[in-house]
Design a binder for this molecule. Structure first.
Ligand code: BTN
Length: 269
């Protein structure tokens, strides 16, 4: 992967500027700076290695050289899109999931931002906003996909089981093509941001739907119940154990299938 080959691979897509780095702290950090200094809509920043990659809730995200796809895109949302920005995480997750489906894999989306293969996390999405007063000027969407086995960190630091495309397919895939196909899916889905189609497709791929889950919301607050689905603003609906409907918004939340919790308790992890 390099600037020339990347520019060539992505040449047919309607993108802004493309920037490639052999190594960087975090593509999201760099894209946030770029957004503030005027990056055009759909500008893309890709790195072979991240030394300070970040996940949600400031967790580290590992991107050793040559093993993963790590990129950020800068979006300048239109007036029509602005009321629906909370759905962007679903749009991004769905773009990844649809791309993985072309490999005959069966991805699921673990709300809010994880893509699973065989119940293990293969990719994540990190969305950050750039404000101009009380208006969102830009959105940075960071995507990390574990391509090779070596992209998966050791079990000692994992909070959720992880996997890679190499694990799932038995072979490596070309990272530039993976990027092109993910971006292409995103561009095709983007006009659906405010529509029902996105919500239906997101709902279809939702992990643990109809199953017993537990949502940990920071502090001691947890909700246990049946995962019913996603509401139109992208929040999660749970039917709690007393039969009450509970809405969970993005933020510092962790979603766990009930069996996983039992297992974790048993092993005291
Ligand atoms: C998560 O699972 O919590 C989100 C992971 C997002 C990782 C990607 S890799 C590219 C971009 N740059 C970062 O520092 N993070 C995102």
């Amino acid at each position: 992967m390099n600037q020339t080959s990347l520019t060539q691979t992505l040449s047919q897509l309607p993108l802004g500027e493309i920037r490639y780095f052999d190594s960087i702290g975090s593509t999201n950090d760099e894209a946030l700076k770029w957004a503030q200094s005027g990056a055009r809509d759909m500008s893309i920043l890709v790195a072979d290695e991240q030394t300070l990659g970040r996940g949600r809730m400031d967790r580290p995200w590992f991107t050793p050289p040559g093993t993963a796809l790590a990129f950020s895109m800068v979006l300048r949302p239109t007036l029509d899109e602005k009321p629906h920005l909370s759905r962007l995480v679903g749009l991004a997750a769905l773009s990844i999931a649809q791309t993985l489906q072309t490999f005959r894999l069966s991805p699921q989306i673990k709300w809010p931002n994880d893509i699973l293969l065989n119940q293990r996390k293969v990719a994540g999405v990190l969305i950050e906003l750039v404000w101009a007063g009380d208006e969102v000027a830009c959105v940075v969407i960071g995507i990390g996909i574990n391509v090779l086995k070596r992209a998966v960190p050791g079990t000692d630091i994992l909070r959720f089981p992880a996997t890679s495309l190499e694990d799932a397919l038995g072979n490596a895939v070309d990272r530039e093509n993976l990027l092109r196909n993910t971006l292409s899916a995103f561009i095709d889905l983007r006009p659906q941001l405010g529509g029902d189609l996105l919500m239906n497709k997101w709902g279809e791929l939702l992990a643990y739907r109809g199953r017993q889950v537990r949502v940990e919301m920071g502090g001691d607050r947890t909700v246990a119940g049946r995962l019913e689905g996603i509401l139109s603003d992208g929040s999660l609906r749970i039917r709690d154990d007393n039969g009450k409907s509970v809405t969970v918004n993005f933020g510092d939340v962790r979603l766990r299938p009930f069996t996983d919790i039992l297992k974790n308790k048993a092993t005291n992890v």
